[in-house]
Design a protein around this ligand. Structure first.
Ligand code: ATP
Ligand code: MG
Length: 290
């Protein structure tokens, strides 16, 4: 079984969403996106890795933040989805439907990606001035909260200031999202560090359910985060990573980003799949169940 014969109510770049009234069925496909394009190849097991890693974190973060997860047990699937249990097992989450906040809550503990580029240009990250002398992949004294807008499919997310998030949702919610993001990041960073992984940065999405703020979407996965092997961490250069940086690097070398993205070579697909699984196994200490 390679999918579901029921049309989703909405389709993200990676997830298919089924509206169940108060709840959503979120199904993570094996699709992969890079540079805001969905690539033409699937990465085997990727959807299951994202889902099971998110579920692991929701449990570990219990007590730190409320989350949207209701169940990931196939016995809780609504009747009409039961015929697809074999496909859905391990890759779906039944969640409480939330009123999503219109921002992506990014936390950066290390200097990488667009943050590094901005620092090199003007000594700041998302407008926040940092000390001189930092290098590629430097650990930041304090993790930074650098929110961005949530762009529609095809558009690029845009960094915004904390003040702008106050304008968008009011000071109370803006502060709550910032404080929760930093707290969740710190908890996850410490766990990952104990398992030999550096969480360089990550993105959270929050929503409101019954008046309360809950952590929603996927959390602390290779799609939403930069994971680096701790034992090879060496500031001053790009780090090897467990995330899709490998795919981005291949695309950068083989595609000028005009027109549709090309097919990935079989070897790149296979290695990417292995990286996702390795990230799951190292962070959770569990063997990935195929
Ligand atoms: P975006 O780039 O806007 O996140 P995406 O392409 O990443 O979209 P997916 O991750 O594929 O989207 O799909 C998940 C979608 O479901 C996201 O738009 C996310 O905001 C939304 N979502 C996640 N959890 C909930 C929830 N509990 N209630 C409502 N919407 C949710
Ligand atoms: Mg998403």
């Amino acid at each position: 079984m390679s999918g579901i014969d029921i049309a989703p109510d909405a389709r993200g770049k990676v997830r298919d969403l089924y509206d169940l009234g108060d709840q959503l069925l979120l199904v993570a496909s094996d699709r992969i996106s890079a540079f805001d394009y969905v690539l033409p190849d699937d990465i085997p097991h990727k959807g299951a890795v994202l889902t099971q890693l998110s579920c692991f974190w929701f449990e570990l973060l219990d007590g730190v933040v409320e989350n949207h997860l209701v169940s990931s047990d196939v016995r809780d699937l609504p009747e009409r989805f039961r015929p697809y249990a074999d496909y859905l097992r391990g890759r779906f989450m039944l969640v409480r439907k939330a009123q999503m906040f219109p921002v992506e809550c990014i936390v950066r503990g290390y200097l990488a990606g667009s943050g590094l580029a901005e620092y090199r240009r003007q000594g700041t990250v998302c407008g926040i001035r940092l000390p001189d002398g930092l290098v590629n992949s430097s650990r930041l004294e304090q993790p930074l909260y650098t929110p961005s807008t949530k762009a529609d499919i095809g558009d690029h997310d845009e960094n915004i200031s904390f003040e702008r998030t106050v304008e968008l949702m009011g000071a109370r919610d803006a502060e709550a999202l910032r404080d929760l993001s930093l707290k969740v990041y710190a908890t996850a960073r410490d766990h990952a560090a104990s398992r030999g992984i550096v969480i360089a940065d990550t993105k959270f999405e929050f929503g409101r359910v019954d008046g309360r703020i809950v952590l929603a979407d996927e959390v602390l996965t290779p799609d939403s985060s930069r994971f680096w092997p701790g034992d090879r961490y060496q500031p001053g250069a790009d780090q090897p990573s467990f995330d899709k940086q490998y795919v981005r690097d291949w695309l950068t070398a083989n595609w000028d980003r005009t027109g549709e993205p090309p097919h990935l070579p079989a070897e790149v697909i296979e290695r990417t799949s292995q990286k996702y699984i390795a990230a799951y196994e190292q962070i959770t200490g569990r063997a990935f169940a195929y």
